[in-house]
Design a protein around this ligand. Structure first.
Ligand code: NAD
Ligand code: TYD
Length: 351
């Protein structure tokens, strides 16, 4: 069946990989990238698909229901894959209300428009909400997050995502909207905005600037290559059971300091610098308040029930990522400088 899928946040890091995968893999679908182009959204992430006949860009804000309605009407949207969000924990600590507005209020507006627009044939439509493992809180030395782990968010970011997950489930129970949710671990890969750990380290190593490691550096994350997350989203979208939740993870736990050492070593070699050069840039800095100690996902359910598993090892993925940043230094400087944002402001000022 020909679907008209609204992908929110399609100009961001993960969204751009999802848009690319769907545009290329499903020429019979129309893909509408609905994005407000905040500091984190960048159409340069999609240069290779922007002329495809099944790709459309709609500049819109999920906190403005009229803009969502306009996109639904213009394209006759049949399904939603919702990724638009404020996504950076450190920013959420400084500006929690922004996170409530986008992640909670924006999600509820999107749910409302979908519910109204699809009211006559709810059974033919799917609302897929993309979320994070951070909703489960923090783990000790052992244990994994399963789909049954109680929610225990501890940062404004994770609290806002947890709230949005609850609203999505509430719309399923209360209004019978067909919904599915996935909660994924930390992603890494090309087009990752350089405020997050891995691209920030790559950028600072390139410029021989200090590498800020929070606290003792022994915080642990489970890392998944972004293209594998996009494949998982494709799998859940097509095969997931309505009303269910799927945890997505890399079975790949790393302490922050070990990742920083790894990236330093690979980059010294690639940049022809003497071994150990970049490690000297490491600085242990003041810890993030409320810093979650460890995240780790049990991705058994999606593997057993839908047949998905990661295809790229961390060793392969991290080299591909570093190679991509080295080959795309212009992109890196462009997004870091903010020049692209002033460009969008002038380009869309009359909308
Ligand atoms: P990102 O910050 O790179 O991109 C977010 C995108 O949403 C940007 O293109 C931005 O312009 C857009 N956006 C923000 N506010 C908007 C609004 N009001 N209306 C329309 N568009 C808006 O984020 P990301 O890392 O790609 O994450 C995407 C989704 O995946 C988020 O929902 C996030 O919670 C979830 N997630 C991320 C990770 C991760 O490691 N990055 C892991 C698990 C889940
Ligand atoms: P981040 O990439 O912000 O993702 P999240 O907080 O959503 O997991 O951070 C990953 C880990 O790296 C987290 O434990 C915080 C730490 N970190 C640093 O030590 N230094 C940094 O400069 C950043 C951005 C993160």
């Amino acid at each position: 069946m020909s679907k008209k899928i609204l992908i929110t946040g399609g100009a961001g890091f993960i969204g751009s990989h999802v848009v690319r995968l769907f545009v290329n893999q499903y020429p019979q679908y129309q893909i509408v990238n609905f994005d407000a182009l905040t500091y984190a959204g960048n159409l340069e992430n999609l240069r290779d698909v922007e002329t495809a006949s099944n790709y459309h860009f709609f500049k819109g804000d999920i906190t403005v229901p009229q803009e969502i309605e306009a996109a639904f009407q213009q394209y006759g949207i049949t399904d939603v894959i919702h990724l638009a969000a404020e996504s950076h924990v450190d920013r959420s600590i400084h500006s929690p209300v922004d996170f409530v507005m986008t992640n909670v209020v924006g999600t509820v507006h999107l749910l409302n428009v979908a519910k109204q627009f699809w009211a006559s044939d709810l059974e033919n439509h799917l609302f897929y909400h993309v979320s994070t493992d951070e909703v489960y809180g923090t783990l000790g030395e052992t244990g994994l997050f399963t789909e049954q782990t109680p929610y225990d968010p501890r940062s404004p970011y994770s609290a806002s995502k947890a709230s949005s997950d609850h609203f999505v489930r509430a719309y399923h129970e209360t209004y019978h909207l067909r919904t599915v949710v996935s909660n994924c671990s930390n992603n890494y890969g090309p087009f990752h905005f350089p405020e997050k750990l891995i691209p920030l380290m790559i950028r600072n190593i390139l410029h021989q600037q200090p590498l800020p490691v929070y606290g003792d550096g022994l915080y642990t994350r489970d890392w998944l290559f972004v293209k594998d997350h996009a494949r998982a989203i494709d799998t859940v979208f097509h095969k997931g059971i309505v009303g269910e939740t799927y945890n997505i993870g890399g079975f790949n736990e790393w302490k922050n300091i070990d990742i920083v050492h790894l990236v330093c070593g690979i980059m010294d070699e690639k940049l022809g610098r003497e071994k150990g050069t970049s490690q000297q840039l490491i600085r242990f800095v003041k810890d993030r308040p409320g810093h979650d100690r460890r995240y780790a996902i049990d991705a058994t359910k999606i593997n057993r029930e839908l047949g998905w598993k990661p295809s790229v090892t961390f060793e392969e993925g991290i080299v591909e990522t570093i190679d991509w940043y080295l080959a795309n230094q212009e992109w890196l400087e462009h997004v870091s400088s903010g020049a692209y944002q002033s460009y969008y402001e002038s380009m869309y000022q009359n909308r």
